[in-house]
Design a binder for this molecule. Structure first.
Ligand code: DAH
Length: 357
């Protein structure tokens, strides 16, 4: 028995992997292993001999089994150590020298204006880009016969055959999010809604898809003066200038009364646009006091609440701020253009760090 013990414990100690261990287990304590064979010899012994040999054989079997499992655990530990030693990563290696992509100016401008309006207490709301024509038009006081429907060069989407509901439209502006947000949140409400919009139009300053940001503030005592202040603060912060002059021009939108278009004072010097000085004016947005019918369409009582709204072209803002001459290039997916006009990833704009470092 001592020979068996010495032999197997020695083999276990020397085993190099799990397969070797398994072979030892089978040979030693398997059903037909040497210890089992020895146990069969117990039958030929005298009762006295058996009383000594039986427990001794069982103890040998236990000892071999625990040596096997201890060795198995040791082998697993060693394997893990080996893996940890080979699978390592030098986190101090330099990154790839050249950035592959960049943040698109529209995304950058959207982040910037969101940071500014957040500071002014506006939260971000979103709505579907494929709209019901009720939200896109009717609820905004643009009934079926209204010329604005034609002016907007709407993309209509046909319903399935036999479906007689009015067609879906690709939203022509972000204004329908006013209605959806009022329905959802009620009053008071202070939101901006940035996002894509669509119109059938294409030239240097128009693309069939572009971006707007809608603003809406509804409360019990909101006036045109609040609108003017918010827009002035926004424009100063966005263009990073201390002083801007805005010109509010009387205008007409079905969803506001009174309505104003807002121009910003600027100059063109050798094709270079300067904001805040000069003798030119550049239109940047539409705005006004929300029409009572629109407030009612959003489920809010226009006898109690009133407010202002505005709609700004984000691509237009980005062109002005970053001196990008042709809107169409925004949507060409040309990496060279993006490398020239794009912004570093992870350099998120905020008002404290500076918007567009
Ligand atoms: N929805 C208008 C457009 O796309 C822009 C606009 C004008 C939005 C006046 C407004 C507003 O909220 O009050 O041309």
């Amino acid at each position: 028995m001592d020979d068996l013990k010495g032999k197997y414990l020695g083999q276990i100690a020397d085993a190099g992997d799990e397969n070797a261990l398994e072979a030892i287990r089978v040979a030693a304590v398997g059903k037909k292993g040497e210890v089992a064979l020895k146990m069969r010899e117990l039958g030929k012994m005298t009762p006295e001999e058996r009383q000594v040999a039986g427990p001794a054989l069982n103890a040998l079997k236990d000892e071999i089994n625990s040596a096997l499992s201890a060795k198995k655990a040791a082998l697993a530990d060693a394997a893990l150590d080996e893996r940890l030693r080979t699978e390592w990563l030098d986190v101090t290696l330099p990154t790839r020298a050249r950035r592959q992509g960049a943040i698109h100016p529209v995304s950058q401008a959207t982040e910037e204006l969101t940071a500014i309006f957040a500071e002014l207490g506006f939260s971000v709301a979103e709505g579907p880009w494929i709209e019901d024509d009720w939200y896109n038009f009717d609820a905004l006081n643009i009934p079926g016969h209204h010329p604005a429907r034609a002016e907007m060069d709407t993309f209509y989407m046909h319903r399935a055959e036999g479906d007689n509901r009015p067609p879906h439209v690709l939203r022509t502006h972000t204004s329908p999010v006013q209605i959806r947000s009022m329905e959802k949140q009620g009053a008071p409400i202070r939101i901006i809604c940035p996002g894509g919009v669509y119109r059938a139009d294409y030239d240097q300053t128009h693309t069939p898809m572009f971006h707007q940001v809608e603003g809406l503030a509804i409360d019990k005592d909101i006036s045109m003066a609040n609108l003017k202040w918010v827009l002035e603060e926004f424009v100063k912060a966005f263009f990073e200038v201390d002083d801007v002059e805005l010109r509010f021009r009387a205008s007409h939108f079905p969803f506001t009364e009174p309505s104003a278009e807002v121009d910003i004072r600027c100059s063109w010097d050798n094709g270079q646009l300067k904001i805040g000085e000069g003798d030119d004016w550049m239109e940047i947005l539409g705005s006004g006091m929300v029409h009572p019918k629109v407030i009612a369409a959003g489920g809010i009582d226009p006898e109690v609440y009133q407010g202002f709204a505005f709609g700004i072209g984000i691509d237009r803002l980005a062109m002005l701020k970053y001196g990008i001459p042709d809107l169409r290039a925004f949507f060409d997916s040309d990496l060279r253009w993006l490398r020239h006009y794009g912004f570093a990833a992870l350099d998120m704009p905020n008002l404290h760090g500076g918007l567009s470092r």
